[in-house]
Write a protein that binds this ligand. Structure first.
Ligand code: FES
Length: 131
């Protein structure tokens, strides 16, 4: 099953006179994640994909974990200048998401920066609901 981490590349953009100034915070975050990702054991199973806006712009920077038949998580309030250990924490949390059959990430098992910035936890489409 393919897993994907979406990273918003338009988060924390600075605009002047209708023009983008410099590199957006989201692109900086993506670059940081991609650097550690090169050495991550789950590269084959877990893609990092840039996207333009996930409609949580006032909580930038924003990332998302998703996979078919699993919960989808949206996280915000991430700094575009995370430390290497914080980036490693994001990948470690993604590993937990990968390992859990439904992708559940209980609060206590998430790193600090993904505890308080959670914006959405969306159930899998395939979940069975009691009526
Ligand atoms: S610009 Fe990143 S969520 Fe909208």
């Amino acid at each position: 099953m393919q897993h994907t981490m979406f990273v918003c590349t338009t988060c924390a953009s600075v605009w002047e006179n209708g023009k983008l100034v410099g590199v957006s915070g989201g692109k900086k975050l993506l670059q940081q994640l991609q650097e550690l990702y090169q050495h991550w054991e789950l590269q084959e199973e877990f893609a990092i994909a840039p996207v333009e806006c996930m409609s949580a712009c006032n909580r930038s920077c924003v990332i998302c974990f998703t996979a078919e038949s699993k919960y989808t998580y949206l996280f915000g309030d991430l700094s575009p200048d995370l430390s290497v250990s914080a980036i490693a924490d994001v990948l470690e949390c993604a590993s937990k998401y990968y390992t859990h059959q439904q992708g559940l990430l209980p609060w206590a098992e998430r790193p600090e920066l993904l505890k308080k910035g959670i914006l959405a936890k969306i159930p899998p489409v395939s979940i069975s609901y009691a009526s």
